[in-house]
Design a protein around this ligand. Structure first.
Ligand SMILES: NC(=O)c1ccc[n+]([C@@H]2O[C@H](COP(=O)([O-])OP(=O)(O)OC[C@H]3O[C@@H](n4cnc5c(N)ncnc54)[C@H](OP(=O)(O)O)[C@@H]3O)[C@@H](O)[C@H]2O)c1
Length: 311
């Protein structure tokens, strides 16, 4: 093994968005292997404290502040980059790409999204541009394009009563294979452990089974043992309800994603999760069983009658 390779294997792995969904899971898996992890957090809150308890080095860093990013990337060997959709994404990506290139970071795994393309206008375009910017660097870089995350099931869940629940979303009768954060993080971990074979690869990632939302509701029903039905709504209905909640940016993003979903951009299937990570992806039933408590109450994006009527 060369000296350079040794330092790559032993160097610090930087995780951005470490308090977010994919970041938290990635830190957990890397720390369970005993690897040195530097976790970027925006605020020093209890989520940061939990990461510290896992043995991660915590660095407070605003990805929109280049000086912060430069400091956070010092002595880093490999990194996972993720940023939430919306304003600031391109700026954060530019800061990150410049800083990791200057710091001589070896490899980056970056979170993109399925269906990204140059001829669109929203997050799909932003992700596509960021992918291409990473491709212009000397980094070993891998792009992940997951389909819709499994947590949409939980986020849009409405608990009507002790024996009834509704999934009310604007996703028509189109199918996708929902993927969990743990499955995505296992892929991130596997690539970070051995990045070279994945240089410049773009991986579309899918969960265990392609299902429409009627079938997802049936699986939630079977697992929870209560009556569950899917109620499709119009995109503009969700847009109005979320806007009325004072979240216009999120509303607009979810509306664009929903339109792409209805146009089939999130559909499809492969076995890349298992191929890359060695683990079979989580099924809807397994996810619900592991997160049963979350279904006792409404999800944060629940399109309840009250919210729809207030819009
Ligand atoms: N949702 C889906 O179904 C889906 C599907 C495929 C791909 N994706 C892609 O997945 C990505 C989101 O991943 P995720 O769900 O793991 O993220 P997430 O849970 O939304 O977390 C975002 C993280 O970024 C941090 N952050 C935000 N602004 C920051 C800043 N200026 N400086 C430093 N950190 C900052 C947040 O910190 P705070 O919490 O402190 O703000 C949080 O830790 C997006 O790019 C999205 O397009 C999503």
């Amino acid at each position: 093994m060369t000296e350079k390779k040794e330092s790559m294997d032993s160097g610090v792995i930087l995780v951005t968005g470490a308090t977010g969904k994919s970041g938290t899971e990635t830190v957990r898996l890397l720390r369970e292997r005993g690897l040195p992890v530097r976790a970027i957090v925006r605020t020093m809150d209890d989520r940061a404290e939990r990461l510290r308890e896992r043995g991660a080095e915590i660095v407070q860093c605003d990805l929109l502040n280049f000086a912060d990013v430069r400091m956070a990337t010092t002595d880093v060997a490999k990194a996972y980059f993720s940023y939430p959709p919306g304003p600031g994404y391109i700026e954060a990506a530019v800061n990150f790409i410049q800083a990791v290139t200057d710091a001589g970071v070896h490899a980056v795994v970056e979170m993109s999204q399925i269906g990204v393309r140059p001829d669109t206008t929203h997050i799909g375009l932003q992700h596509w541009i960021v992918e291409r910017m990473f491709d212009r660097t000397p980094l070993v870089v891998t792009h992940l394009r997951p389909t819709l995350f499994m947590n949409w099931v939980e986020n849009f869940w409405i608990r009507i009563s002790a024996d009834k629940g509704i999934l009310r979303l604007p996703l028509g009768s189109v199918r996708h294979a929902p993927i969990t954060m743990e499955d995505v993080a296992r892929v991130i971990e596997a690539i970070l452990l051995n990045p070279e074979p994945h240089d410049r690869e773009i991986y579309e990632l899918f969960g265990a089974q392609e299902l429409d939302w009627y079938a997802i509701a049936a699986k939630v029903q079977a697992e929870l043992g209560i009556e569950v039905r899917y109620e499709p709504i119009e995109i503009w209905t969700m847009l109005a309800a979320l806007t009325a909640l004072g979240r216009p940016d999120r509303a607009h993003h979810l509306a664009m994603v929903s339109q792409d979903y209805r146009d089939g951009f999130y559909s499809g299937f492969n076995n890349m999760v298992e191929q890359l990570s060695g683990f079979k992806p989580t099924t809807v039933e397994e996810y619900v069983a592991a997160n049963r408590d979350a279904f006792d109450t409404n999800g944060e994006l629940a399109m309840t009658d009250v919210r729809l009527n207030a819009a």
